[in-house]
Structure formats: C-alpha cells, structure tokens
Ligand binder design. Sequence first.
Ligand code: FHN
Length: 414
Amino acid sequence: PSPAGAAPGDNYVADDALSSSRTRWFDEARFGMFIHFGTYAMYKGQYNACREVEWIKRQCNIPWSEYEAKAATFNPASFDANAIVQLAKQAGQKYIVITAKHHDGFAMWPTAVNRWNLRDHSGFSRDLLRELKTAATANGIKLGFYYSIWDWHDPDFVGNFPAYVTKMKAQLQELVTGYDPAVLWFDGEWAETNPTNPWSAQNGEDLERFVHGISPQVVINNRVGKRRAVDGDFGTPEQALAGSPPSIQLQESCMTINNTWGYAAWDTNFKSPTTMVRDLATLTSNGANLLLNIGPTDTGAVTAGQADGLRGIGTWMAVNGAAITGAGHTGLVTQPAWGRVTRKGNKLYLIVNSWAGTLHLSRRSPFTVTGARVLGSTSPVTVRAAGDGYDFLPGGGTTNAIATVIEADITTPA
Ligand code: FHN
C-alpha cells in the first residue's frame, strides 16, 4: 500500500510508513511478554501494613540499610529461563522485555559499574539475563531490556547528575555489547510525578545516539526522552489500548496480567484469556502491539495464575495466530460491533467476539472478497455482497469460546 493509493481518512499506510527495516520485526510481532523482576519481589507486595510492589522501597519508606540487607539474601533459584521462553512461545508472544534495572537501581546482571547487583550484592552466581538471552535466541524469541533512567539508589542521580549519566551509559554499554538486546525499554524519565528528575529531552536525544552508536539495530521506546510523542521508535500507552492510526510512531500498549507489575501475593485479580485476546485483537486492528506483563515471585517462579492466563491465550493463538502475528490495521473497513478486523496482505481476519447470525462488514475503501474460511474449522462460510459491504454467513456457528476467526481472501484495486 502507498500513501498515494489511500482513500481520504484511510490510514492503512500509517503502519508501513512508520516501520523501517530496523523496526519491521517489532511491527510484525504484535505480542510480547513484559517481566518485572527484582529484589522488590521479596516483599511479595507488603511491608508491615503498607501494600506496594516494585515501588515498595519508596512508598513504604523502607530504610536503605534494611532494603539492602534483604536484597543481600535474594536467591531467585527457581528462575527458569527456558520455561519462561516456552511460556511466551506457547502464548504466541514474539519478544520478551525484562527489567534489567528498575527504579531501585538494582542491576539484574553482573554489572562492573557498581556492586548493587544480583551477583555482587546478593551473591547469586547465575546470570539470569544471559540465561534468558540464550533460551530466547534458541527459540526465535527476541529479548529486550527495561532500564530505569530514574535511580533511587545512586546518590549521584540527585547529587551529581553528569556523573550518574556516565555510569548509566557504562551500564547500557554492558547491556548492549554483552547481550545484544533487540529492544531497550526506558522508563523513569518523566517529569510530572518526579519534579526533581533532571532528565531532559536533550539527554534523551543524546542517549538514543549513544545506544545506536553501539548498535544501530536496537529498537527504543519513547520514554527515552521527556517529549514522549517524538522520542524513540514506539509509543508506550500504559494500561490503555493504543488507538488506531494516524500516529507519528509505532505503538505498544503495556498492560499487567493482574493489577500489579511486580509480584504481589495478594494480587490474584488475573485477567481472563478472553479479555486479553480481545485486547490483543483490538490492538492489532489498531496496528499496535501488546506487551503483557508478568511478575515472577521472589524465587523467580511464574505463578500458576499468570501461567494459566498465558496458556489460555496460547490455546487461542495456536489456531488463530494468523489474525495477530504480522497483521495490522486494515484501513478498508469500519470496525464492527461484533468484533475486530485485522489485515495481512490480501487477507482480512474477522475476529468474531459475538456470533449472532449474519456478520456484516462495512467497506470504507474498495475491495472484493474472493473466499472465506473459519480458522480451525471445516465449516463453510457463505459470503454475499450486501449494502455497503459484505455479509458473512458461517455454517458452523460459534466454534471458539473466546473469538472465532474468519479468514477472508481479498483483492484491492490496483
Ligand atoms: O513506575 C513504573 C512502574 O513501576 C512500571 O515499571 C511501569 C511499566 O510501564 N512504568 C512506570 C510507571 O509509568
């Protein structure tokens, strides 16, 4: 598709126009796993009467001496990189982004920059990021790192900011050269909730240049700078569904599988696979990605509640993944009340949430349907030109409790 061929108001090109060869894999992936894992998991979401999670140090006023003493005994022996990668793969996720360093400044890899890290401070000899990288690569999954610019632990963050930036760059150099991440997912650059944060738009530009100077391929999120809408490669709406194009950059919504990012024993409010699949379908139809977060326990284990949710999505993806992976905004149709429609080349995917007899699809731009089938089913689909588009009459009724997908072949005018 080309901008010249687009009808007024037809934004199909937005995806392609925003995606370069560097970011294409990201634009096609659509679904990734976010992992919030650090020493904060040891509190299981509670410090005395105070309930907090990855912000527990700050929000519950835990003295550094106490937080550090507890972190010294951090022993995530049950972290199983292979199992996590298999879970992601089974769910249909194409990439993983894990917290290398959150706001508490604790590095999950053996950094040489300071001793506030899993090996030197906690005496844990394994390198979990290395294990995850190895497992991910072996399974065709991309690995990215979350890195918090805001650092509560390093006194230089407020005392001597240039010195802090030098150390931050040294850590990023370690991560990029040592682990070749596909994504760097920055956070903690914002001004609103942290007026003392000296990070600026200029710092963001400088950091992007620095990272791409080491590895031009790294895909970077917009939280590298304070301007958000123009920084990095992709926007990062949080706990919200990214809207449909036009947009000035690629979009990835990050959402929690329950209510919290890190592990909280009390948070068992897991989203249902149906809710998550429908969010994924909406995002795909908007040309956006979903980065779905899990928070392993203090031992590094993924809880049954989190794993079950991912497996539920995976069961749906195993049959219907073609409607998501590599698919995007159609620009050709009005999104129907009965579900969402995505497009991949000359195929439309009708993701049917509620199946109430005839399914009408309204055309916004010309195309012709030449055939249709239900994914995972042999029941025939009758297609009829009707009104401003087409009616689809699937013979078999509801075949998937979450959402039934009709794959339609289309031709568009040259
Ligand atoms: O403060 C963090 C929070 O802990 C979490 O990491 C999320 C994920 O997008 N980002 C920040 C809040 O915007």
